[in-house]
Ligand binder design. Sequence first.
Ligand SMILES: C[S@@+](CC[C@H](N)C(=O)[O-])C[C@H]1O[C@@H](n2cnc3c(N)ncnc32)[C@H](O)[C@@H]1O
Length: 286
Amino acid sequence: MVEEILSYLITKKDGVYVDCTAGEGGHIKAILEFTNSKAKIIGVDVDYEVLEIAEQRLKDLSDNVVLIKSSYKDIDIVLRGLDIDKVDGFLMDLGVSTFQLKGENRGFTFTKDEPLDMRMDTEAKKDAAYIVNNYSQEELRRIIFEYGEEKRFAYSISKSIIKSRPINTTQDLVSAIRKGLPSSITHDRHRHFATKTFQALRIEVNEELKNIEETLVKFENFLNTGARVAVISFHSLEDRIIKNFFKNNERYNFLTPKPILPSQEEIKYNSRSRSAKLRVAEYIGV
Ligand SMILES: C[S@@+](CC[C@H](N)C(=O)[O-])C[C@H]1O[C@@H](n2cnc3c(N)ncnc32)[C@H](O)[C@@H]1O
């Protein structure tokens, strides 16, 4: 959806744009190619390792780019630190990056056996192992039910997690989840039975939903009139927050009440994009 992102986000070729989830710098590179030499791009990511990759990738283009290690929830501090009062667009591409999924010992995926970490910010205190070994059964049930949208088996999975302690690795967790599910689910070939619980824990570890809400509120202090906010989400919990925020906010013109979805062709070469939704709003001021 890069073309759609650029055409919605970039209203001025010499504008100031903030990529709140710089990742490996793919979107920043595309923005640089689409804007002119006066444009300025601030890239923020909470993960040092991905930022290093972005830095390498952008090093020949980097005069107009500043990369900062920070959570987007501190975007106000980041921008004030750079003496930036107003910007022309904020971009958020939520969720986990390919690098984080494939990276060594990050613990995001049930397809490997590694320490159960899942922190995007490797300096953060609370990892997924801490949560599964210390939260109460009711807290675990709620997280799996709400953030994993695991409506039927949240209780039995949480019970099995408590019984299976200590849980130190991704495969310890997979086997605890397996024990909490009927075999009709563990043998489902279409969707891995651990998907929902892994999603739930990742959201809890990184406080993803809370951070999105807190960040959206901060944007308007920095937006020029006519500036855009573009957000790509990957599951309905995120999309609901974004949709409701813009729908109910008079200071924005919600440009995509119906989200923009990837084409069939994009899904074919990037299967992760199949659940992506792009929403864009224009700041019209008070
Ligand atoms: C889907 S990836 C972005 C990929 C990027 N658009 C690119 O083109 O390479 C999401 C990124 O958001 C980052 N992230 C997640 N939570 C964050 C937060 N609270 N603050 C800043 N970055 C965050 C992750 O570390 C990850 O690199």
